[in-house]
Design a protein around this ligand. Structure first.
Ligand code: PGA
Ligand code: ZN
Length: 452
């Protein structure tokens, strides 16, 4: 098999928000040509690997990525052409060494990640394997629960409605990814009808979820539960809820969580009590970034209050960075990490971050960014790493659905070997399962949910 890198060719393309991003083609001696594109966040953690932007105000308001593109085409290509694409770890290490900075600021994490992913995809093609199997081996057979962000707030909705950034539905009671995606889309459309009936806007935010002007951060939970029921499903047992308040975005003065939609400021203790009440009253299985990235003491309070009950995922606080995750594990301040390739900047380090979490009994939740492309790498990555759950936006808009569609393709490719993670996806088993048992059988989807 001929897997020598013969060329790396980068270019500037647009992401889903109309901002420039990096795309890389990797060519191999055997004739393979593979492509990868880099996503970009809006509510970023301060310790993320550095995305290199040109800063030239005459192009894209300074957001151009021509320097990162140039780094791929010249210095990175110069270093990697002639190497075997299957040597992923060595290739990633070579780029890290070439960059030499703490946070990939010199070459740009966007340049480095584009190459890292294109090389992996090329190696998979040269090996004649689907990407998930090349990365995960023959044991990679478990499909994740898709967490579909159907209601957007915070910075992803220009602070027009909820302070919390993401309200996600998790069809954990489905029997397959295909069914989960179907249920998700049905609930999404039901939510649109619920919002319309209440005279609320059905315009969407950056990740394709609706962005209505709600009156509180709890109201979206009620609207979503109504939508789940209108779709003929049971909130909790069939479709649970996950939230990402992205609270660093409304943390102020190093002390207060400012809930603008409710016109009040809470300290960490009050914020934890607020979440505890939400978890008590709604079928929430997972809470991401409940506390701000600089509020480690608040995280500790949150983990003490809710860490045995639900999955508490750290995003901005850990930035997919093994060194920071190790500190979090040591201080016992959460029980899961969010995994975003571009927060750390190479595939190898992303795998290391995931392993570290799993080795310590923590969960790993793979994620897209709010600025995306149609690249579906994270769908394959999630199956390969067997993390059991993924979030990649609404079941609408091309750059979001491409990941869900890829999961369905993978499931079909695995045939009878495919298993759906379901409620087993979480580091803390969902507890609400029995509350609504009396409803069983009263809706069209009851049969598949009960026969599992
Ligand atoms: P981002 O948001 O991609 O805009 O950073 C996603 C998240 O906070 O999980
Ligand atoms: Zn987040």
């Amino acid at each position: 098999m001929n897997a020598t890198i013969t060329a790396l060719l980068a270019r500037e393309i647009l992401d889903s928000r109309g901002n420039p991003t990096v795309e890389v083609d990797c060519l191999l001696s055997g004739g393979v040509r593979a492509r990868a594109a880099v996503p970009s966040g809006a509510s970023t953690g301060s310790r993320e690997a550095a995305e290199l932007r040109d800063g030239d105000a005459r192009r894209f308001g300074g957001k151009g990525v021509l320097r990162a593109v140039d780094h791929v085409n010249t210095v990175i290509a110069g270093q990697l052409v002639g190497r075997d694409a299957r040597e992923q770890a060595a290739i990633d290490a070579a780029m890290i060494a070439l960059d030499g900075s703490e946070n990939k600021a010199k070459l740009g994490a966007n340049a480095i990640l584009g190459v890292s992913l294109a090389v992996a995809r090329a190696a998979a093609q040269a090996s004649d394997l689907p990407l998930y199997r090349y990365l995960g081996g023959p044991a990679a057979t478990r499909l994740p629960v898709p967490h579909m962000n159907i209601l957007n707030g915070g910075v992803h909705a220009q602070w027009q409605g909820a302070d919390f950034q993401e309200y996600m539905i998790a069809p954990l009671g489905a029997s397959s990814v295909r069914e989960a995606v179907q249920w998700g889309a049905e609930v999404y459309h039901a939510l649109q009808a619920v919002l319309r009936a209440k005279g609320l806007s059905v315009g969407v935010g950056d990740e394709g979820g609706f962005a209505p002007r709600v009156q509180s951060n709890e109201q979206p939970l009620e609207l979503i539960e109504q939508a789940i029921e209108q779709a003929g499903l049971r909130p909790g047992q069939d479709v649970a809820i996950a939230i990402d308040p992205a609270s660093s975005e409304f943390f102020e003065d190093g002390r207060f969580y400012n809930l603008r939609s409710e016109n009040r400021r809470l300290d960490a203790e009050q914020m934890v009590a607020y979440y505890a009440r939400l978890v008590q009253s709604h079928p929430i299985v997972l809470l991401e970034d409940g506390m701000a990235e600089d509020d480690w003491a608040g995280w500790k309070l949150l983990n003490t209050a809710l860490g045995e009950r639900i999955e508490l995922v750290g995003d901005d606080i850990f930035c997919t960075n093994p060194a920071i995750i190790a500190r979090g594990i040591e201080q016992n301040i959460a029980n899961a990490v969010l995994i975003k390739l571009n927060q750390i900047g190479t595939l190898s380090e992303t795998i290391a971050a995931t392993r570290l979490a799993r080795d310590h009994g923590w969960g790993a939740f793979v994620s897209h960014r709010s600025g995306e492309t149609v690249d579906s790498f994270i769908a394959d990555l999630t199956v390969a790493l067997d993390t059991g759950h993924i979030k990649t936006g609404a079941p609408a808009r091309g750059e979001r659905v491409e990941k869900y569609n890829q999961l369905m393709r993978i499931e079909q490719g695995l045939g009878t070997a495919a298993r759906y993670a379901g409620a087993g996806a979480y580091v803390r088993a969902p507890r609400f399962g029995h509350e609504r048992v009396q409803d069983a059988g009263s809706h069209p989807h009851a049969a598949p949910a009960r026969t599992r």
